[in-house]
Design a binder for this molecule. Structure first.
Ligand code: FAD
Length: 452
């Protein structure tokens, strides 16, 4: 018997239920990856190169077992049925990716082949829909979800069997067009996890500082599936310092995955319906300055420039930059969500849209809309000596900590001494935060009919 494993967001052979099931049921296993046009064209270079690196590493692992990764250009609706016919496959094994695009694609593929599709859930700890309240609904608050999540029994995963990967005609895998951000492949991903477990005891660092290496940086491995979230959860020992806090973050990831399945329109529609009436300013010039890291708010600009340069941003800075777009510039959260989704190496529809809705106050368990981050206060608290700002906004590098968070407070002489000319070498602030806050509160109140 010949089975096909169609890899998508599960680029590993260990702890991979679809792969294990195929090797248990089939003598010959064809490992397939479909290069969908949007995977190559809609992603930033950083994410595309990371993906291509992981695919090359997966191919190497398969070659080591006597097989190979069969790469086919998409669309999958054409590529998968063709391969099924070519190899005379008897079953198709997949790990479900619950985005609306993937679900629709999988349904179309399933309709166009006449062999069974075996779906597994290898990209989350608990499959969406499994962690529910006693009433059978998805908790709208994270903490009760987490409590149930922690005690929910794992769906058993199949054990691998003696089936072997085989070789077959493949399209050529494009080479990355530039450096790959993290060493590709599941072995390197496990090394990153091991390294992290050696540091996790101080997680989160007392001040959650973006200037230090205080988080795991495993989000891209979770996005591409070079690490299995279930394997991570099983490796953690919650009696050890830092482990429980880290596990909670893995549960947040599952919570947004559950939320996306419940609300497939998460990236387009406010989950709280009365927030749909907010009238956004949507000033294009402001949006463009936010995208380029030219807002005149150093912490925001540092974050946006880090994103453009590396494809990654610390969670705290994601919150600050997102809040600034929505609450200071009154720009529709969907525009920010799309921008992040293009640039992030770990871009994941559920996580990105869920967190954007959380920041905008339109999603579940969000802080009340009237609590608005002050970007400068956040900057002083989470980047006290300005090290993060100075790294990503080098034109402010010689300012002292007293003015680096808010250069417009420095006198002209001081600025000149440090080589800064506002409006020339660095922008004036794009808004007055206090006025912007009042404007946003008015827009939210008007939408919610929430008094003056
Ligand atoms: P760690 O702090 O080491 O956390 C470990 C893991 O837990 C992460 O890798 C991630 O899988 C999960 N996690 C941590 N925080 C969150 C969270 N708030 N929500 C869901 N899962 C979480 N994360 C993504 O993976 N993809 C995205 O597209 C994404 N977009 C975001 C957009 C905004 C506006 C915000 C505020 C957050 C977003 N996050 C996203 C969540 C979070 O910022 C990243 O997961 C985290 O910064 C990745 O770094 P890390 O792996 O070092 O995290």
């Amino acid at each position: 018997m010949t089975g096909i494993v169609w890899f998508r967001r599960d680029l590993r052979l260990d702890d991979n239920p679809a792969w294990a099931a195929a090797t248990a049921e089939c003598q010959n296993v064809v490992a397939l990856f479909v290069l969908e046009p949007q995977l190559l064209h809609a992603a930033s270079d950083v994410r595309r190169n990371q993906l291509l690196g992981h695919l090359a590493a997966l191919n190497e692992s398969l070659v080591g077992l006597g097989g190979m990764l069969v790469v086919r250009h998409g669309p999958a609706q054409t590529a998968v049925p063709r391969l099924v016919d070519e190899v005379g496959a008897t079953a198709l094994f997949v790990n479900v990716d619950a985005t609306p695009f993937s679900m629709a694609r999988d349904r179309a593929v399933a309709r166009s082949i006449n062999i069974p599709v075996r779906p597994y859930h290898g990209t989350v700890v608990h499959e969406p829909g499994k962690v529910l309240t006693k009433a059978g609904t998805l908790s709208q608050v994270f903490t009760p979800f987490y409590k149930t999540w922690s005690v929910t029994a794992q769906t058993p995963w199949p054990s691998p069997g003696p089936g072997r990967p085989i070789t077959h005609a493949s399209d050529e895998l494009p080479a990355p067009s530039g450096p790959v951000r993290q060493v590709p492949g599941q072995v390197a991903a496990w090394n990153r996890l091991d390294d992290w477990l050696g540091r996790v005891e101080s997680y989160p660092t007392p001040l959650d500082l973006p200037s230090i290496d205080g988080t795991s940086d495993l989000s891209a491995d979770l996005k591409f599936g070079t690490l299995s979230p279930r394997a991570i959860a099983e490796t953690l020992d919650t009696t050890q310092p830092g482990h429980e806090t880290f596990l909670r973050q893995i549960a947040w990831r599952d919570w947004w995955a559950h939320t996306l399945v419940r609300h497939p329109d998460l990236a387009n529609t406010e989950l709280k319906p009365n927030y749909q009436a907010i009238v956004w300013r949507n000033n294009n010039d402001d949006f463009e300055r936010w995208c380029r890291g030219q807002t005149g708010f150093p912490i925001v600009d540092a974050g946006m420039r880090q994103l453009a340069a590396t494809g990654w941003m610390h969670n705290r800075v994601r919150m600050i930059t997102a809040s600034f777009l929505v609450k200071d510039l009154l720009i529709d959260w969907r525009r920010g969500e799309r921008f992040f989704r293009h640039w992030l190496v770990d871009a994941d529809l559920a996580q990105n849209a869920g967190n954007w809705q959380w920041v905008a106050g339109t999603g579940p368990d969000a802080a009340p809309y009237f609590r608005i981050f002050n970007p400068t206060t956040q900057s002083k608290k989470f980047d006290p000596d300005g090290a993060y700002i100075k790294r990503w906004v080098p034109e402010l590098a010689s300012l002292p900590r007293s003015t680096v968070h808010e250069p417009s407070l420095a006198g002209p002489l001081e600025l000149a001494l440090h080589g800064v000319t506002l409006g020339d070498t660095y922008p004036w602030p794009i808004v007055d935060h206090a006025k912007a806050r009042t404007r946003t509160l008015a827009a939210y109140r008007a939408a919610l009919n929430d008094g003056p």
